[in-house]
Design a protein around this ligand. Sequence first.
Ligand SMILES: C[S@@+](CC[C@H](N)C(=O)[O-])C[C@H]1O[C@@H](n2cnc3c(N)ncnc32)[C@H](O)[C@@H]1O
Length: 392
Amino acid sequence: MSSPTMIDLFAGCGGMTVGFAAEGFEPIMAVEWDKAAAATYAANFGEGHVIAGDIAQVADEDIPEADIIIGGPPCQGFSNLGLKNLDDPRNQLWREYMRFVARAHPKVFVIENVDRFSKSPEFQMLLAEADHGALQEYELRFGVLNAADYGVAQRRKRTIIIGSRIGAIELPSPTHDRQPQDESLKRWRTLRDVIAGLPAQPASTELPEGSSQFFGELMPGVFTGLDLHIRRTPTPKSLDRYSFVPPGGGRFDLPTKLLPNCWANKPTGTTDVMGRLRWDLPAVTIRTEFFKPEKGQYLHPQWERGEWAEEFGKHRGNPAKSVDRVITHLEASLIQDFPPNYRWVGTKIQIARQIGNAVPSGLARAIAKQIRPSLDEGASKDVRELDLELAF
Ligand SMILES: C[S@@+](CC[C@H](N)C(=O)[O-])C[C@H]1O[C@@H](n2cnc3c(N)ncnc32)[C@H](O)[C@@H]1O
């Protein structure tokens, strides 16, 4: 069966494409306006089919036919007010998406978005388009999927919508479970499965020197593997703080004396800030600022209880058996299910944004695997019909 062709819109650094390519889909166009992200995509899948620019600037004539369109327009607004004003600029990106569907006329499209997407006016618009608008030909199936249920070592919930004009395609069933009740399911993959064995103390605080040209511009990179295993340089006070946080713990484990003022004055609220990951669970959702411990549960999972700190009235971690740092870019990329030899372009901050924005490839791959048989079936039916026509 020949490879189904695919367009990736809002492609980022290519997380979704990694999963679809693994199931034999052939990318023929990708659109992404963040140059560094587009360059990372290009470093892995080739530059020829990448448009590193605003989706609105892609001319109708340049949109090829394709078997499938993947990628979700970023969602700007969440409210239960409904869609009051179709000219609202927030809807611009959705109109662009519809334009691509109209021009490429894919058999299937896949939209991914944040888990709250079903509460957005954009979702209402999509349902209306499928009911009596531009997407009438397509049957929709949608739901919120957790990447951990598809073999990714991360709990990350995304709304997935599959639209198909070749018969409804159901969302893929989970392949993994926290505590599988039957043999058809595997146990969730854990942090230990994906980051154990990497050097506890990365050698460098910086990406290596070097730049490459993409889209006529010089950009930092290409980096891969241990190039991305970079540490930060926390202050002694920060290190002191990290040492009190056990796996699964967070800011509430800090001794009062070590609390930053903003937290001391706000005794309730977000619990996972300055949190420490756990070896034997999938990670929490990796966001774009995973390198800042104050933004979530991003401290390395290795910690063992050490001596009693009289001054603080708590146990510290044993420094010889604990790793007091945030996860590195390499670790975050592995948790996001990128292969260790994925090629990255950009500054530290740009690459972190690419990693945090991506769809984990394992989740994308599960969706691709679910869709592929319907496309293959459609293609062999087309061939049979063609044979019949030729026979007469
Ligand atoms: C959630 S990220 C996509 C992640 C990607 N699907 C992956 O798996 O790696 C959304 C992307 O849309 C891009 N974007 C937003 N507005 C755009 C526009 N007008 N034209 C092109 N790309 C845009 C952003 O730069 C961002 O990289």
